[in-house]
Design a protein around this ligand. Sequence first.
Ligand SMILES: CCCCCCCCCCCCC/C=C/[C@@H](O)[C@H](COP(=O)(O)O)NC(=O)CCCCCCCCCCCCCCC
Ligand SMILES: Nc1ncnc2c1ncn2[C@@H]1O[C@H](COP(=O)(O)OP(=O)(O)O)[C@@H](O)[C@H]1O
Ligand SMILES: [Ca+2]
Length: 441
Amino acid sequence: VRRTRQQQWRCSDVTFQCANQGLCQQWIQVINEQLSLLANRPKSLLVYINPYGGKRRGKRIYKQKVAPLFRRACISADVIVTERANHARDHLKTEANLDKYDGVVCVGGDGMFSEILHGLVTRTQTDSGVDQNQPDAELVPCSLHIGIIPAGSTDCICFATVGTNDPVTSALHIIVGDSQPMDVCSVHHDDVFLRYSVSLLGYGFYGDLLTDSERKRWLGPARYDLSGVKTFLSHNYYEGTISFLPAENNMGTPRDKLQCRSGCCVCQHKPSSKDNKQWEMSEEKENSGWSVIRGKFIAINGASMSCACPRSPKGLSPSAHLADGTTDLILVRKCSRLDFLRHLLRHTNKEDQFDHSFVEVHRVSKFRFQPRHHELVSLEDLSESPKKTGFSPICSAQTTCNYSTAHSSWTCDGEILPHTAIQVRLLSCFARNKESQPEVH
Ligand SMILES: CCCCCCCCCCCCC/C=C/[C@@H](O)[C@H](COP(=O)(O)O)NC(=O)CCCCCCCCCCCCCCC
Ligand SMILES: Nc1ncnc2c1ncn2[C@@H]1O[C@H](COP(=O)(O)OP(=O)(O)O)[C@@H](O)[C@H]1O
Ligand SMILES: [Ca+2]
């Protein structure tokens, strides 16, 4: 493998020459023997392709860029092109014979990765008799690694782990057996399990943006830009209460400007016995340790990783860690359109997007959200519903009080959640003081 610019990898050749054919054969044999001893390298993979992700190039990307590399590396691959949403998830949950494979590869975007993650985690819990609905259930980690070939619209999980969204680079990472542990959050509504999340859990701006963009899927990745402008112009804000448990013993802060990279010391930090004690004690301290913030928010974002992507190369939370057992909770309070635009623009340049009076960020291990209840909305408040911070050119002349617009939705790695009141926690079986985490190539 040869490293080129911007974290990209390419195939490289080394040619050995020798006039003696017998000696050449010996070299080949020895090289093949040595390669087969590299236990990290996968030999057999199960590949799911979403033919409708991103610009609908999944099948072509796999066939032209990835399959030839897998063949050269003597990796056998069983390929399934999905026929419907949740096909891959359901296949993994019940049918797939996982003993045959060293890893599962998804060709698609974050939504496709999420399907594979849900399929694998659910399968592992079912096989071990663990009830995912129990918010405090100790989950059993899954043994298979997940590889991502980027062919989606945002590809933030790939971009934030590998540093680029390039199919060839990702294929080479898979071939050489690279792996990266990753934090996973569980999202519950009371005692009902909703979903797992690894990238962005967003209420308000990103929830509305995603809801709107689902109706524009035919536009491909550009749907996010169009819905982004529309959501920006409608400038809604939402009232609610957010409670969170600050992360204990974590070695960084969301504003420390340290980027998480492979082999990151924060994520590799194994707590000392003293740390471990504190980790256990934190259960007791939990009741008193919660912070509660009530207010009017334009956006509430939980970023378990940086969420870097081509649109925002440093991401929503540039210093978030991939596997430190925490999520960065970003609260953007009601502010003017111009201020919010300034904040958004800072995601694309070197300026600090948290350096605004209306933005705060906390590194947390759990959080909850409760939207302001319908019944509690006073008549006075209703007269200004839907909540706007100013004149809105798109949703003007709101003469009727529309309850539904007083609530946003949560987007969870690009999927809309059916509830607004949620409880989120970092899964302890994947936390940094345990050895096993789901790993991605
Ligand atoms: C003015 C320009 C502002 C640019 C601000 C960019 C902030 C980008 C942060 C992106 C965080 C992405 C987190 C990742 C989420 C993904 O898991 C998830 C699913 O991905 P998939 O489709 O591959 O399955 N994707 C998403 O939720 C999509 C997020 C899309 C964000 C686009 C934001 C565009 C904002 C445009 C605002 C325009 C204001 C213009 C004013 C005139
Ligand atoms: N064959 C299919 N037909 C329709 N939808 C699918 C299919 N396979 C997967 N999906 C769904 O498509 C959605 C988007 O997939 P994803 O690969 O993340 O693309 P994008 O990045 O463009 O959103 C996911 O919710 C996934 O469940
Ligand atoms: Ca994290």
